[in-house]
Design a protein around this ligand. Structure first.
Ligand SMILES: [Zn+2]
Length: 654
């Protein structure tokens, strides 16, 4: 049988099997390993905000180890009380009394058993693998009666009750009749390398999960609209004021949904992707902006990086006061966020939609571990976002171009990096960064600046090939930082370890400075000459001839000296541009290995200025203020004060 026939037949078998099971089919062939699949029926009591869920989990032991227990994330317990690790990290020293009762949420497991009937509830146990907080209830361990052998599938039935925080302050939550339901169902961790990777929910961590198939039936007030991961299969009015919306999703690693009676629905299409927008009435006049941004996002990501395999995308605009649910990514569903008045030149709507859609590539298709290597998602995605908005809007006003005010996305990311450039290396567990500013700098800004630096170094085409290869090779897998470096090395045909070692694994900063520029007319030397010809009793007192003065004749000659310094430990090749008074520009290259480098010129013209990294190809450079110096400026090292400073020091030694 040839491969083509094999493929057609296996697809046909799959479709028939799925049809026989009464399940809809999106893809003819599984795109992912489908390790954790869920059937969930959930009912929302819109009055109390309580959700009741019945879940069936199909979990396959895809490892080569026996598995002795299952581990589940119970994310909503992060909001259970002020004793959770999430709350302790978020609230810090803030008084607990600031939290109103409504702001708490929880999830309780009512029952948990095998499909075959064995009860698992008695042996369940909360664990806290990341810290010593025994009060944290976000990870549950459940041992099945017998170890699960490699290849075996376990079917677990769970009933749960939960309440979402109001208003949402960390992604999920409610606001009056608006509900954004994410991180909401008992969800397995990832069993990898012979152990569970199932971290607690922290203030600065996101998520990690296996792929699977989801069939989710959501029962909500019949006047409500629903948006969810996947495609809507059916909608049934229950005749009791409620309706059940059935959504199906394949090869996704999470499922989020939203409901509200107040959404206004808009539709558009880009390439093969059906785009649906659920907008707040107050933002109706911004519908086209949202739709256009979503179209641009799909267009750019598909053409720059590779196909988006899903048939649709839903964009959700959170209700007023529910901003905590905004600006977040889920498989095939993203949340945006805007204000009643949002001038066109302030591109917050565009930015957030392009960014969150990008996550469907770098968090969803490439299933990296956001707890442990957040840069693989947020950093790569921020890099994509900056490059795309530069391409659409131009660099200068890529973020704001309004009333003569301009701001560049790249510059804004630089400020965020500069706020905490060396408190941590990029590679660090999400909950272990020095503080929130360092998490943001290391997960979003620094890696984005690093990748732009790399793109400028390798060229756009090579960098684009790297990104395409990264997506193609690691879609539906759980790659690590080392895998990214391997792809970069292979595609570029060079060993870039020296770059990534500094940028990702060290807290070295990069800062080049032109430290001094001088340009002086060469005077003829004075003194006795070296003329030892026979009949002279004494050497003549003459202007001396020197190598430099020889060249000087007959016009005025100048000796120009430029010193460039590497002020940080990060070594990176750089260019220096010298500008002379007749307009001549001269470029030099420096490998940046030494601590400083000198350039000397003898020319019949004066040097005016020198600039290190004149094209701003290295946005990782901590300080752009010291990149240019003129011959008029004193050297970097020249301290003000002179003797006065010395005197002060002498009187008050430290
Ligand atoms: Zn993000």
């Amino acid at each position: 049988m040839n491969n083509w026939l094999k493929m057609v037949l296996s697809a046909a078998v799959f479709i028939l099997a799925a049809a026989a099971a009464g399940q809809p089919v999106i893809f003819e062939k599984a795109l992912s390993p489908r390790i954790a699949s869920y059937d969930i029926e959930v009912k929302l009591d819109a009055e109390t905000g309580i959700l009741h869920g019945k879940e069936t989990l199909y979990w396959r032991n895809a490892s080569s180890y026996p598995v002795n227990e299952l581990q589940f994330h119970l994310y909503q317990n992060a909001f259970r009380n002020t004793k959770s690790s999430f709350m302790k990290e978020t609230l810090g020293s803030k008084p607990e009394t600031k939290m109103k009762p409504k702001q708490y949420g929880f999830i309780d497991i009512e029952s948990i058993s095998l499909a075959t009937g064995e009860d698992l509830k008695a042996k369940r146990e909360f664990i806290h693998p990341d810290d010593d907080n025994a009060e944290d209830r976000t990870v549950l361990r459940v041992p099945p009666p017998k170890p699960l052998l490699p290849g075996q599938v376990i079917t677990v039935k769970i009933e749960f009750t939960e309440k979402l925080p109001e208003p949402p302050f960390a992604r999920s939550g409610a606001k009056k009749d608006f509900f954004f339901v994410s991180q909401w169902f008992p969800k397995t961790g990832v069993f990898v390398d012979g152990r569970w990777n199932c971290h607690q929910y922290h203030s600065h961590t996101e998520f990690f999960a296996d792929y699977g198939v989801y069939n989710v039936k959501m029962t909500v007030p019949s006047k409500n609209l629903v948006g969810a991961t996947g495609i809507e299969v059916s909608r049934m009015d229950n005749g009791d004021g409620t309706a059940t919306h059935f959504y199906h999703a394949e090869d996704v690693h999470d499922f989020a949904w939203t409901t509200s009676p107040k959404f206004i629905e808009f539709k558009t299409r880009q390439n093969h992707v059906d785009i649906r927008l659920l907008l707040q009435a107050a933002h109706k006049n911004q519908a086209e902006r949202h739709l256009e941004a979503a179209r641009l996002a799909v267009k750019y990501f598909e053409s720059w990086y590779g196909p988006y395999p899903y048939p649709n995308l839903t964009v959700v605009d959170p209700a007023p006061g529910a901003g905590g649910a905004g600006g977040m990514e889920y498989p095939t569903l993203i949340t945006a966020g805007t204000l009643r008045v949002m001038p066109k030149g302030v591109r917050a709507v565009e930015m957030v939609i392009i960014h969150e859609f990008g996550h469907n590539y770098w968090y969803h298709l490439v299933g990296s571990n956001e707890f442990e290597e957040s840069w693989l998602d947020e950093g790569i995605n921020t890099y994509s976002e900056i490059q795309i908005v530069h391409d659409i809007y131009g660099a200068e006003g890529s973020m704001v171009d309004w009333l003569g005010l301009k701001a560049d996305d790249l510059q804004i990311r630089r400020y965020s990096y500069l706020a905490a450039p060396n408190l941590d290396p990029v590679i660090r567990n999400g909950w272990q960064y020095y503080n929130g500013a360092s998490y943001t700098a290391m997960s979003y800004s620094k890696p984005a600046l690093m990748l732009i630096t790399l793109e400028n170094y390798l060229g756009k085409e090579t960098m684009n090939k790297i990104m395409r290869e990264w997506l193609a090779r690691f879609s539906f897998q759980h790659p690590h930082t080392r895998d990214f470096i391997t792809v970069a090395n292979e595609v570029s045909g060079q060993n870039l370890d020296w770059f990534f070692d500094q940028a990702l694994f060290s807290n070295a900063v990069l800062d080049y400075a032109v430290s001094s520029v001088s340009s002086k007319e060469i005077e003829k030397g004075k003194g006795y000459d070296f003329d030892y010809s026979t009949d002279k009793p004494l050497p003549k007192f003459l202007p001396l001839k020197t190598e430099e003065s020889d060249k000087a004749s007959p016009e005025k000659m100048y000796l120009s000296v430029v010193k460039v310094r590497r002020l940080g430990e990060f070594r990176f090749p750089v260019e220096i541009e010298m500008v002379f008074d007749d307009g001549e520009k001269l470029r030099e290259k420096w490998d940046g290995q030494d601590i400083w480098k000198e350039f000397r010129y003898v020319k019949p013209k004066k040097l005016v200025s020198a600039t290190v990294d004149p094209d701003k190809k290295i946005p990782l450079d901590l300080n752009w203020q010291n990149n240019t110096r003129t011959a008029e400026q004193p050297p970097l090292e020249k301290k003000k004060g002179g003797y006065l400073e010395l005197l002060k020091f002498a009187l008050n030694p430290q």
